[in-house]
Write a protein that binds this ligand. Sequence first.
Ligand code: GLY
Length: 362
Amino acid sequence: MVRVTVPIPGRSYDVVVGAGVLGEAALHLPGFPKAERAFVVADQGIVDRWFGTLATGLTAAGLDVVLLTVPSGEMAKTLQVYGTLLHQLAIQEAHRDDVIVALGGGSTGDLAGFVASTYMRGLPFVQAPTTLLAQVDAAVGGKTAVNLPEGKNLVGTFAQPRAVLADTEPLASLDERDFRSGLAEVAKYALTLDAELLDTLESDPAPVLARDPAVLESLVFRCVTAKAGTVAADELDTGGRLVLNYGHTLGHALERLEAFAGRTHGEAVAIGMVFAARLAERRGMAAAGLAARTGRLLASLGLEVHSALPPADEVLSAFRMDKKFHGGVRFVLLRAVGEPVVVDDVSDDELRAAMLEMGASA
Ligand code: GLY
């Protein structure tokens, strides 16, 4: 078991990573002395397997446990599901010292965090991520949100959890597609912030793909360590944290164009990282070869980077709904591995040309 502190002044918390930490929640959580109940917002797809384990841990921490199930994946992140949860909390008379616990992937955590940060103007919450994607990225850093049909994460808050319990046991039984989707975010950390991790992945991805427990613990630890430092320096995503959006401008646009029911978040971000690398090369910002290297890395992790893009005009319109749109579409590009920069002067012509190179129709 390893622990990473997210050192945000006044709101610092620990991410506990290791096998069995859900069942040992009482050992790892901070005290919630005035809380009576823990409301566990759980993904319906994993509730049978992991809720009992978490409930044992929370009960040992002196909390009565109430289960609230939500749809799996991105389909949970709607205003309707959000509203249903608020009603359930109100009917059950949840009070401001009670605790919300998110059990599931990144979508469950985004939704539950948004509920926790808005119900009665804010309840404490804990993230208990069960997917690789949520453990390495989404559950850490306090971004909460639901989607609108017009765009991803358009309604949300910054609200830090009190703790993150990243139990690596659920990763062993994670659906292959979800596991590989998480590897896209791992690749993001490797390409933007952790050259040593990139080296490890490029030299031999087999232990990662085999889900070796020690390798996974170290993978999650490395990504969370990189994220903790980035978030502590820029909690509200106005500067350094923006680099964590590498691959996400195109990624979010694809997710929205596919009505959040096509490519997974990680699959979309993987294509977005290849696209960003092509843009960087086209501008002469990065040396030729970055896009090919990015594509090789992602393919070695089982991610598809050559699938068809929607027509370029549709993607250009979708970019304009991105919440980071500031007059020009904002992209994170790499000068080289480990050297991300944020740019917002990429022209439609450049975007269109890079999309056509990747097989989009005009
Ligand atoms: N997932 C990117 C961030 O938390 O800033």
